[in-house]
Design a protein around this ligand. Structure first.
Ligand SMILES: NC(=O)c1ccc[n+]([C@@H]2O[C@H](COP(=O)([O-])OP(=O)(O)OC[C@H]3O[C@@H](n4cnc5c(N)ncnc54)[C@H](OP(=O)(O)O)[C@@H]3O)[C@@H](O)[C@H]2O)c1
Length: 335
C-alpha cells in the first residue's frame, strides 16, 4: 500500500465537450478508517456519460459537484483495512468511490455492493454493475418486450446498449442496433446475435430503419436522444414502448436543444414513452444479478470491456467516451 491517494478534482465547469483542463490532479494522504469503517483501494474506475452532467452546476437526480471536489465516479476495489463485519479485508466491493485511489466509508455514507469471489472486477463494474442493471431493468421493466417484438437500441455497442440487446434476444425479439462504426456493427451482428445493425455515421438511418423494421418498432431503447429518437418515434407500432434511458447526443451540446418533433405519434399509436433511473431499482439488484449470472453461465450473455491502463488517463478517457472510443464498458485500470 502506498501512502499517497491520487485524486482528480473538478477544476472547472465544462462548456461543450469536457476538456482535460476541467480536472486538477492532486496527491492527498491515504485516509484512515475509524470504528465501523473500511478503507478501500480502487482497482477499476468507470467512465459514464452521466459524469458530464454532474460536472455542471445544475440539480439533477444527484447533487451537482462543487469545484474542488473529487470527481464523482463509480468504481470497484478491494477492502484493504476493515473495521466492519460485513466487509472483511480482501472482499470486492463497488460504489461511488470517485476518481481516487483510496476511499473510507461505513457502507452507508457511500453505499457498498459486495461481490463474491467468483466475480471479476470488470464484471462487477460492467455487466453486473450499474450499466448491466440499467440494461436489465430499463429493457424488462420499462420496455416490457415480448417474443416476436421488434426492438431497436441506440448506443447499441456501448455498455448498456450491448447488454440490453442481448437480453432482448434472450426474450425472443428481433433486435436492431444503432452504433457508430463498422466494427461495432459487425460485433453486434456476428458476436452478440443482433439481427441487424445500422452505422448511424455512414448510413441513412431512416431508410435503414424502414428496411430492418418493415412493420415498425415495438420497443425503442433510447441511449442517445436527438434525431435518432425522432426517427424511431416516427416508426413506432400500436402499443409501443419508448424507453428513455439516456440522451448522450445532447450531453455536450451548447445552446438551445430541440425537442422531438414526432412525439405526437405516441397519441396515434397509443404508445408509451417513459424515463427511468436505475438507482430506483437498487433493492432488486440481487434478482437481476442472479438472472444475469445464470445467462452468463449458459453462454447466452457476454460483456466486452474497453480497459485503459493508468490512473493518469482518467480525464482523457472520459473525453474519449463521447468520441465513441469504447466498445462495451469503458473503464480505467488504476492499480
Ligand atoms: N437511466 C439510467 O439510470 C442510466 C444509467 C446508466 C446510463 N444511462 C445512459 O445510458 C446511455 C449509455 O451509457 P453507457 O454508460 O452504456 O455508455 P456507452 O454507451 O458505453 O458509451 C457511450 C457511447 O455513446 C455513443 N455516443 C457518443 N456520442 C454520441 C452522440 N452524439 N450520438 C450518438 N451516440 C453517441 C458512443 O458510441 P458510438 O460509436 O456508437 O457513437 C459511445 O461509445 C447514456 O445516455 C447514459 O447517460 C442511463
Amino acid at each position: 500500500m502506498t501512502n499517497i491517494n491520487r485524486q482528480f478534482l473538478l477544476a472547472a465547469r465544462p462548456h461543450g465537450l469536457v476538456k482535460e483542463t476541467d480536472f486538477e490532479y492532486r496527491e492527498a494522504p491515504v485516509p484512515e478508517p475509524g470504528d465501523g469503517e473500511v478503507l478501500i483501494r480502487t482497482s477499476y474506475i468507470s467512465l459514464d456519460p452521466s459524469m458530464r452532467g454532474q460536472m455542471e452546476n445544475r440539480a439533477d437526480y444527484v447533487a451537482p459537484l462543487e469545484i474542488g471536489q473529487v470527481m464523482r465516479a463509480g468504481a470497484v476495489g478491494r477492502v484493504v483495512e476493515s473495521h466492519h463485519a460485513d466487509f472483511p479485508e480482501g472482499c470486492l466491493v463497488s460504489g461511488t468511490f470517485g476518481m481516487q485511489d483510496y476511499v473510507v466509508t461505513d457502507g452507508r455514507r457511500i453505499p457498498l455492493r459486495r461481490f463474491d469471489a467468483e466475480v471479476a472486477p470488470e464484471a462487477a463494474l460492467g455487466i453486473l454493475g450499474g450499466t448491466g442493471m440499467t440494461a436489465y431493468f430499463g429493457l424488462l421493466d420499462v420496455g416490457r418486450p415480448e417474443a416476436g417484438d421488434t426492438v431497436v437500441i441506440s448506443g447499441a455497442a456501448g455498455a448498456t446498449g450491448s447488454i440490453a440487446g442481448q437480453i432482448a434476444k434472450i426474450r425472443g425479439c428481433t433486435v436492431i442496433g444503432i452504433a457508430g462504426s463498422t466494427d461495432k456493427c459487425h460485433w453486434l451482428t456476428e458476436d452478440l446475435g443482433f439481427d441487424a445493425a445500422i452505422n448511424y455515421k455512414q448510413e441513412d438511418v431512416a431508410s435503414a430503419l424502414d428496411t430492418h423494421c418493415p412493420n415498425g418498432i415495438d420497443v425503442y431503447f433510447d441511449n442517445v436522444g436527438g434525431e435518432i429518437l425522432d426517427l424511431c418515434l416516427a416508426r413506432i407500432r400500436d402499443g409501443a414502448r419508448v424507453v428513455l434511458c439516456g440522451g448522450i447526443s445532447r450531453y455536450n451540446a451548447t445552446g438551445e436543444l430541440s425537442g422531438p418533433k414526432n412525439y405526437f405519434n405516441l397519441v396515434f399509436r397509443r404508445a408509451r414513452m417513459e424515463g427511468f433511473i436505475v438507482l430506483d431499482y437498487a433493492k432488486r439488484f440481487p434478482e437481476a444479478e442472479a438472472q444475469m449470472r445464470e445467462w452468463m453461465r449458459e453462454g447466452r450473455l457476454q460483456q466486452r470491456v474497453t480497459v485503459v491502463d493508468g490512473f493518469e488517463e482518467l480525464p482523457r478517457t472520459l473525453i474519449r467516451l463521447f468520441e465513441g472510443y469504447n466498445t462495451g464498458k469503458l473503464m480505467v485500470k488504476t492499480s
